[in-house]
Each structure stands twice: as structure tokens, then as C-alpha cells.
Design a protein around this ligand. Structure first.
Ligand code: ANZ
Length: 961
């Protein structure tokens, strides 16, 4: 039979596994699974169509980060994670679990909207078309999703609940005493009864105007509007959250400049949860790198606040090193600090150093000029390490409270208004930025920590600050307190206690985390369920008015501006639609029908993904976002997941602090308010690697189509011209995208699945190589051939008793079963495939018809990875139920071992016996076996045993008493 002539092969082997056959098998089983609802995961109650009434099996909730329905469709890199979760879900189904696995679409937000704007179609039209396209691409891969549970975040039935959650957040406050969120009605009751004083007012709650009450509550609500400076991105025409701004002060999406602007915007008080977001990370099964990024983003610093008197006022600083207070030789305020206006005197005080004035005739002019210059810089630029330190003197002196020294107060841009108190005490000996500033402005540098690196205490000879925590404090004493000789940690504790006693400071914890800016000036997002009355007071819509649907508009384009024009302000597309904006409503609050204006901002694209795991559980519930019993069943706390949450969540590492932090925050609010039993959304997180691809560039550096490349002697050519090869991303713009359809057409979906899983460990990036895909295709062909006669299409297995199967085959089988089970549980799909390949090769080598039980087990092992061919072979083997819900075989430990090794048993150093044992035998087991050995018993002759030294599997040394 000629392997090289496919036509001839087809005549000789009409039942060979080919791409044509794969396509037929795969389409047939996909239709069958859909029709049968094979992947429908029953709920413990409720009305999901097709559910049985009793669910006896333990639950597993397996989830992917759902995709944006981009217009470009999927390339082979996208489904890596989806295939992995599918394999894992299938494995869990075959090991006794009720598995929930489905996939929805994250369809609001900038990517979908930008695509719509580019193509000139309404976002709903293009988004829905993209979703359909992606669904058909994904269906071809044979993913076992429960399709009854799928939705898109743009479905009004879904975003009704996103809006409902917003209202829950709006209608609650953080009770620090109870350390949880509570309904705002309870706070109002406390104000009404007088149990709690109304902050900022001496009048009773009942005497405040509606506007005053709204303002007071705005200081408490977990969702609130504020005028604080925000990140304004003219190029995108919207404001952005801190998390959406890159380290160099540009928009993560589009890479446009971002400026600080004062605009009234909605915020989420995520900072109230800073401690819990930090603490609860501990019990999560997440990659350490992601936990670390979240910890850093939350940025908890322990330190102290200290008051420095100045002109009858005081400047409060935040410091992590109160132990260095005696070395504070000047102060710095952020240029925007409100006290600066209060202080600035008309003239420079006597003795003002020339370098402090920046050449300005008086403090007011100096401050104004410096502020103008600092305003145009991003926080990151301001804090850049290498940057020359700039600043000016404000013309006032503050008093250092520990030694009474008068120290000058500067403004400088390296101090940020948004961190701590926006003011610092500068300790040039201990802090590098302060050191550089002190050198530039000729300020004293007092040595307050004894250097441990031999540089000595004469700071005039120093080249940098000495910030070590492993040193002793010096030169730090007054009549009342001395820190001299204390190590840093002790000095910190002692000075903090002293400051508190004197009433000039206190220990405090500061967080880097800021509240989450929650409004966007775009069309394609969830409308806020908020209206404003004639006083501008915000009112929540009653639940009965949800969903508040996004109106159909002609002009949905965002108003964008020159990317670097900071003096612009946003315009919301919804505001153009006055008929929608101005409404008369009866909110059911006893005020009757009134005129209101709708909020015209929309929610950010993160909103829909903050809670979608919950809706998968109970997707059609019109009464509640999720039934509590159903939520407890799928996600409630267990020993394996102490805070509850999804059992496995797979997605890219780029969402470390955006989506994952926001979703955790929403979970905690819903948990506090009693809507869910899980305080965390995702118990185990796994980040898959990226599929990379070769990019081929011509002599000008432009990418040329990767599928037109010829390789000759290790060099690459395009249209006869030599080209350069490098490893990069896969995508249309680099002309190297490979679509799953292409691979499916050439080899079938099972081959594609196997190839993606075999490429390497799931969490590392790997280069795509179309030429290597055929390797997995051959594996499937050999698997087929081991069970099916290629000439007749009949199965070739024989019924053989286990006892009659040769030992090597039993060993190969059970080793594979054991290894594959462990590998699948550990998400090591590549090594699982290697073990299946080894088994299959063994069977090919042995030749002849397979014993039926071996064929069955082989097919079951393959089923999670290549479900279509497995289903087909399973049925051919005579089974009438789907392979999907079969039990995965369990290895018999008697066979699941390598051949034995020889163990030497010594008594007093002399060899007394040799034992054949399993190489995997434990020390305890081996000791037992050795002591029971006849020869050993004899040699001991009844003597007691003092000690047994075991080095499994090769040595046992017995020391008789
Ligand atoms: C005195 C001192 C002495 C400081 C010393 C450090 C070392 P982390 O750890 O990030 O919280 N700081 C405080 N507020 C600031 C602001 N708004 N802008 C810029 N810097 C600010 O850093 C806290 C330290 O950063 C604080 O402790 C303060 O400098 C500075 F040997 O105070 B330190």
C-alpha cells in the first residue's frame, strides 16, 4: 500500500481516518450533542429546561475569561484556553462531577465600539454579527458548553442585573465597625434617630435640605459622584480609571496621552475594601505573580501621620519612617495642595536662599509659575527616578515637632496630591529623592541612621541616601524621648506612641489603591439607572424600571479631540438625545410624577465582567440575579475553596489588576449585602501562555504573508526574495494569522485540539508551527488503525480475559491510566498526550487485534482531549451511551508500576537477601517487606532490632539489638 499516493491509499483503505472522515465524524457528533443537550449541567433546583430533579454528583464550575466579539474573528491562538478548560471539564465529568462549563460574550465597551465606528455600522449590529461568527468558529472545535447558560453582556436581560447591582452599590455604605457594607437606609435611620451625628452639620437630619442630605450621603455611598481630578483622554473622548492608564501616563487602549482634569464623575468606593481585598488573597489558589501584582496595586503601607505647625495651621504628612523625624530638614507639599494658597506670603522672608526662589520676585509668582509647569506632567513623569528634582520655596517655615527647628516648606512635583496627605517631611539622609532635592537646593542633610556600609556619618561625603532598615538610629533625642541606639522597627514603634501621646500624630495605614472611576463618555455601555431632579440630586430608578435600555440613536460616535489637547472636555453621546434625557417619571418614592434628567454617562466595559460568573448559574431568573440555593450549590464556600468561588478560572495574565480586582470587589459587596454566599468570585486562577507565531519581514521590514514563505536550506524566501524570520504575536496585521477553520479543514478539530494541548506546558508561550500539526493527526490515525480495520471499517478487537493479556500491555495501559489522570488533574495536558502516545505506540508495536477492555480504556483516555474520534470509536466498540459521561478508568496499582528493581537487605553490613520490589515503593512499605522476608527472619535468628535504615527502593540496613 502506497503511503505517498493518497488516491491509491483511499482505494486500498476506504476506512482510514482522514480529514474528510474527521469532518464528517465531528459534524455528526456536534449535532448529536447539541440535540441531546449532552453538556447541559443540571441545577439543584429551578426551571432550566432539561434539568433532572435530583443532582447527586459533586459540582465543578469551570470558567474561561469570556471573549470580546472582535470583528477579526478567532485565530488559532485564541482558543488555547478554551480547549484547555474543555479538556479539564471533560475530565471532571468523567470523574464523577456535575460540571458547569459555558461561555458568554463580553460585548459592551471600547473594542466593540471602536470596531463599529471604524466600519460605520451600529455597535449592536456589528457586535451581534461578530458574536454569531465567533460562535460558529467555536462550535467547530467541539467545546462542551452548556449553551442554555450562554449570554452576552449587551442582552437587556443581563444588563438589567448589572444596573441592579449598581443600585445595590449606590444604596449601600461601608460600616467600618461592622467591617462590611450595609444598606444606606440603615445609615439614614441612624442619622434620623440621632444615634449617629451628621458629619459637617450641627443641625438635625430632619432640618437639612434635600441637597444637603444628598451631599452627606454621597460621602458614604459605595457608588458616588465626585469632582476629584480624573484621567481625561481627549484622544478617546472619555475619562479612564487609574487601572486603564499605563505606567507612562497613556491610555492602555490606543496609547493616547492622558491628562488630569476636574470633571464630575461616578466612582466606586473600592478603597473601603482595600484590607479585605488584600487579606482574602491568601486563601486563593492563584499564581503568585498575580497575587503580587494585586498586592502592589493595593499598596498597603504602614506608617504614621505627623502634624507640623505652621502659621497657626498645621501640615499633616504621611511617612513610613516616623523614626527618621529628627532628620526632617525641610518639607514638601504637592503643588496642588490646598494649603499652598493659604500660606504664600507677599515677599520672600529674610535669608531666603537664591536657589530656592527659581528667580521669581515673590512667592506668589514663583508658586504660580511652578504650578503651571507641573500641571502639564503626568504622575509618572513627575515621579521618574532619574529626573532632576525641581521645586520652589513657598516662603513659609514649619516647626519640626520633635526638635522645634524651623524648616522651609517647598512645593515640588515629586510629591503627589493623590497619595498619603499630599505632603511630606523630607529626610534627605534616608530618602533618595529627598537627598537629590537637598543637594540641588543646598538644604542640610542630617545623619540620623548609623550607616552600616562604612561610609561614615559625615553626609557631605555621601553620594546617595542611606535607607536601610537594618541599622540603628542616632542623633535623635530631645528632653522627652530618645531613639538613639534603637533598631528601626523599635524606633518606629516608640516614636509613633510618643506622637500619639502628645496629640501630634498617630500610626496609620495608607493605601496606594484609589477609588474606581466608573463613568465613561461613550455610547456602547450600560446606561446608569440614575436620574437627576431639578436640584441636581441623583435618584436611583426603582427596580421595576429596569432594564433601562440603551436608546437607539443615529449618532453613537464618541466626541474625540486632538489627542494632546488637554483643554477639552468630554461630551456624552447620550446627551445628544434630549427626548431620552428629559423624562417625567414617578419613582414610587411618594414624590409623584416629576421631571428628571437622565444620567448620560455609561458604565465602563469592566462592569459586565464583574459578576458574569453568577449569571451563568441561573441565566434566566427574572426575579433575582441568582437564586441563593443555586449559588450556594455551585460557588458556595467549601473546604477546597474557603471563600467560595469558581473552581477553575482560565485566562490571560493581562487582567491581573483590572477585571480581577473589580470582580472581587463586586463579589464582596454582594456578599456583604447577603445576595451571595461566596466572598470571592474565582477560587483557582490559571493563566495560559500565548501562542506566538513567526513573522516574516521583507528587506524594508514589512511583514509578508507567512503562508507564502518557502524554506530552502534554513533560509526563508518570499516571491524569490530572501526574508527575515522573527517570533512575534499572531494576527492579521503581521500577516501570520492561522484560522482554526484552516487547520480543521486540513486535519479536523480533534487534531487541532491535540496539537494545541501538546505544544508545551499550558502556562508558557509557544510558537505555532503549522507543519508540526500533522504529528497529532498521525497519532489519531494510528489510534484509529489500532481499533478499526481500514479496509472494512469493522472494529478489530477481541474479547480476552485480563489474565490472558500480556503483562507488558497491562503495565503500559495502567501506567498510562495512572499518569493521564494525574496529568489532567494538574492541567499538564502535554504530558498526558505524551503518555497516550506512548501507550498507543506500544499497542501498535505489539500488533494484532486489541483486547476489548484495552481498546475501551484507550478510547476513554483519549476522550477528554479528542472527543469526536473518541465518541465515534466508543460507539463502534458497541456502547450505546455517550463517551462524555463515562467513568475514566482507574489504574490497578498492581500493574501501574515500572518493572521491579532489586533491593539489597543487609544485616550488620552484610548482604542477607535480595528483593524484587516496585521502584515506587515507600520506605515504610519496603521496611515491612524486608522484615517479613524469610531469609532475613532466619538471619536475625530471633534477635531484636535496634534500628532499620531504609533507602527505598534499593537498600535496607538492619542493626540487630
Ligand atoms: C519620611 C521618610 C524618610 C520617608 C525615609 C521615606 C524614607 P510608600 O512606601 O510608597 O508608602 N511620600 C509620602 N507621601 C508622598 C506623596 N504624596 N508623594 C510622594 N512621596 C510621598 O512611601 C511612603 C513614603 O513616601 C513616605 O515616607 C514619604 O517619605 C513619601 F528615610 O517620609 B517618607
Amino acid at each position: 500500500m502506497s503511503e505517498t499516493n493518497p488516491a491509491a491509499a483511499e482505494v486500498a483503505a476506504p476506512h482510514r481516518y482522514t480529514a474528510v472522515m474527521a469532518a464528517e465524524i465531528e459534524a455528526r457528533w456536534q449535532d448529536f450533542w447539541d440535540a441531546e443537550g449532552t453538556y447541559a449541567a443540571p441545577n439543584p433546583k429551578g426551571d432550566l429546561e432539561g434539568d433532572p430533579t435530583v443532582v447527586a454528583r459533586p459540582e465543578k464550575f469551570i470558567m474561561d475569561m469570556f471573549p470580546y466579539p472582535s470583528g477579526a474573528g478567532l485565530h488559532v491562538g485564541h482558543p488555547l484556553g478554551y480547549i484547555a478548560t474543555d479538556v479539564y471539564a471533560r475530565f471532571q465529568r468523567m470523574t464523577g462531577h456535575n460540571v458547569l462549563h459555558t461561555l458568554g460574550f463580553d460585548a459592551f465597551g471600547l473594542p466593540a465600539e471602536q470596531y463599529a465606528v471604524q466600519t460605520g455600522t451600529h455597535p449592536r449590529v456589528s457586535t451581534e454579527a461578530n458574536i454569531e461568527n465567533m460562535k460558529s468558529q467555536l462550535r467547530r472545535l467541539g467545546l462542551g458548553h452548556d449553551k442554555r447558560r450562554s449570554f452576552a453582556t449587551i442582552d437587556p436581560d443581563y444588563y438589567k442585573w448589572t444596573q441592579w447591582i449598581f443600585l445595590q452599590i449606590f444604596n449601600s455604605w461601608y460600616d467600618d465597625e461592622a467591617d462590611k457594607a450595609r444598606p444606606i437606609a440603615q445609615l439614614i435611620a441612624q442619622f434620623e434617630s440621632g444615634e449617629r451625628a451628621v458629619p459637617g452639620h450641627t443641625r438635625a437630619w430632619s432640618e437639612l435640605t434635600a441637597i444637603e442630605r444628598a451631599d452627606v450621603l454621597g460621602e458614604f455611598r459605595l457608588a458616588y459622584a465626585s469632582d476629584a481630578p480624573v484621567n481625561w483622554c481627549p484622544g478617546l473622548g472619555t475619562v479612564l480609571a487609574n487601572e486603564e492608564v499605563t505606567a507612562d501616563g497613556r491610555s492602555e487602549r490606543g496609547n493616547f496621552p492622558v491628562f488630569k482634569a476636574k470633571l464630575r464623575q461616578w466612582n466606586m468606593r473600592i478603597t473601603a475594601y482595600a484590607d479585605r481585598l488584600l487579606d482574602d488573597l491568601e486563601a486563593l489558589d492563584w499564581p503568585e505573580a498575580i497575587k503580587l501584582q494585586q498586592r502592589n496595586w493595593i499598596g498597603r503601607s504602614e506608617g504614621a501621620r505627623v502634624d507640623f505647625p505652621v502659621d497657626g495651621e498645621h501640615i499633616t504628612v504621611f511617612t513610613t519612617r516616623p523614626d527618621t523625624l529628627f532628620g526632617a530638614s525641610y518639607m514638601v507639599l504637592a503643588p496642588e495642595h490646598p494649603l499652598v494658597d493659604k500660606f504664600t506670603p507677599d515677599t520672600w522672608p529674610e535669608g531666603t536662599h537664591d536657589v530656592w526662589t527659581g528667580g521669581h520676585p515673590n512667592p506668589a509668582e514663583a508658586v504660580a509659575a511652578y504650578r503651571a509647569q507641573a500641571g502639564s506632567k503626568s504622575d509618572v513623569e513627575r515621579q521618574a527616578e532619574a529626573k532632576d528634582k525641581t521645586g520652589v520655596f513657598t516662603g513659609v517655615y514649619a516647626t519640626n515637632p520633635v526638635n522645634g527647628e524651623l524648616i522651609p516648606v517647598f512645593i515640588a512635583d515629586y510629591v503627589l496630591m493623590g497619595y498619603g496627605t499630599g505632603a511630606i517631611m523630607a529626610v534627605p539622609a534616608g530618602d533618595q529623592r529627598d537627598f537629590e532635592f537637598a543637594r540641588a537646593f543646598e538644604l542640610p542633610i542630617t545623619c540620623i541612621v548609623e550607616p552600616t556600609d562604612g561610609r561614615g556619618t559625615d553626609t557631605s561625603t555621601w553620594e546617595d541616601a542611606f535607607g536601610s532598615y537594618d541599622a540603628k538610629i542616632i542623633n535623635s533625642a530631645n528632653d522627652d524621648i530618645s531613639l538613639d541606639g534603637l533598631p528601626v522597627a523599635e524606633a518606629k514603634a516608640r516614636i509613633t506612641e510618643w506622637l500619639a501621646r502628645k496629640g501630634i500624630g498617630a500610626g496609620t495605614v495608607n493605601f496606594r489603591l484609589r477609588d474606581w472611576l466608573f463613568s465613561r463618555q461613550r455610547y456602547w455601555g450600560e446606561p446608569f439607572p440614575i436620574v437627576y431632579d431639578e436640584d441636581g440630586v441623583a435618584h436611583p430608578l426603582p427596580e421595576s424600571m429596569l432594564p433601562l435600555e440603551l436608546p437607539e440613536v443615529e449618532d453613537y460616535s464618541p466626541r474625540t479631540f486632538e489627542p494632546d489637547d488637554a483643554d477639552t472636555s468630554p461630551e456624552t453621546p447620550l446627551s445628544r438625545n434630549q427626548d431620552w434625557v428629559n423624562v417625567t417619571l414617578d419613582l414610587g418614592d411618594g414624590r409623584g410624577a416629576r421631571a428628571y434628567r437622565r444620567e448620560t454617562n455609561t458604565m465602563p466595559n469592566w462592569a459586565g465582567s464583574c459578576w458574569y460568573e453568577l449569571r451563568y448559574l441561573d441565566p434566566h431568573n427574572s426575579e433575582k440575579l441568582v437564586d441563593p440555593e443555586i449559588e450556594r450549590y455551585w460557588m458556595g464556600p467549601r473546604e477546597s475553596r474557603p471563600h467560595g468561588g469558581v473552581d477553575l478560572y482560565v485566562g490571560g495574565a493581562e487582567h491581573a489588576v483590572l477585571h480581577l480586582l473589580y470582580a472581587r470587589f463586586w463579589s464582596k459587596v454582594l456578599y456583604d449585602l447577603g445576595h451571595v454566599s461566596s466572598a470571592e468570585p474565582f477560587h483557582k486562577l490559571f493563566n495560559q501562555g500565548m501562542i506566538q507565531a513567526y513573522v516574516y519581514r521583507d528587506s524594508r521590514g514589512f511583514p509578508v504573508p507567512a503562508d507564502e514563505i518557502e524554506e530552502r536550506d534554513g533560509a526563508f524566501f518570499h516571491a524569490g526574495e530572501p526574508v527575515r524570520r522573527e517570533l512575534g504575536k499572531m494576527g492579521k496585521s503581521l500577516k501570520n494569522a492561522v484560522t482554526p477553520e484552516t487547520i480543521c479543514a486540513e486535519y479536523g478539530a480533534d487534531t487541532l485540539r491535540l496539537y494545541e494541548m501538546a505544544m508545551g506546558p499550558l502556562d508558557v508561550s509557544r510558537p505555532w508551527d503549522t507543519r508540526a500539526v500533522v504529528g497529532q493527526y498521525r497519532l489519531l490515525q494510528r489510534l484509529w488503525r489500532n481499533i478499526v480495520d481500514e479496509a472494512t471499517g469493522e472494529v478489530t478487537v477481541v474479547d480476552t480475559e485480563d489474565a490472558d493479556i500480556d503483562a507488558a500491555t497491562l503495565r503500559a495501559l495502567h501506567k498510562a491510566i495512572d499518569g493521564v489522570r494525574q496529568d489532567l488533574e494538574g492541567l499538564r495536558f502535554n504530558t498526558a498526550i505524551a503518555k497516550i502516545t506512548e501507550l498507543n505506540n506500544h499497542l501498535t508495536k505489539v500488533g494484532g487485534a486489541l483486547p476489548r477492555t484495552v481498546a475501551d480504556d484507550l478510547v476513554l483516555l483519549v476522550a477528554p482531549l479528542a472527543p469526536h474520534i473518541a465518541e465515534e470509536l466508543w460507539r463502534k466498540l458497541g456502547h450505546s451511551d455517550s463517551v462524555v459521561h463515562q467513568d475514566l478508568p482507574v489504574a490497578d496499582p498492581a500493574y501501574a508500576v515500572d518493572e521491579s528493581v532489586t533491593c539489597v537487605v543487609q544485616i550488620k553490613g552484610k548482604v542477607k537477601a535480595r528483593l524484587e520490589v516496585s521502584p515506587a515503593i515507600s520506605d515504610e512499605e519496603l521496611e515491612k517487606v524486608a522484615l517479613a522476608d524469610e531469609g532475613v527472619v532466619k538471619a536475625l535468628g530471633g534477635a531484636g532490632i535496634r534500628k532499620v535504615i531504609v533507602r527505598a527502593p534499593k537498600l535496607v540496613n538492619i542493626v540487630p539489638a
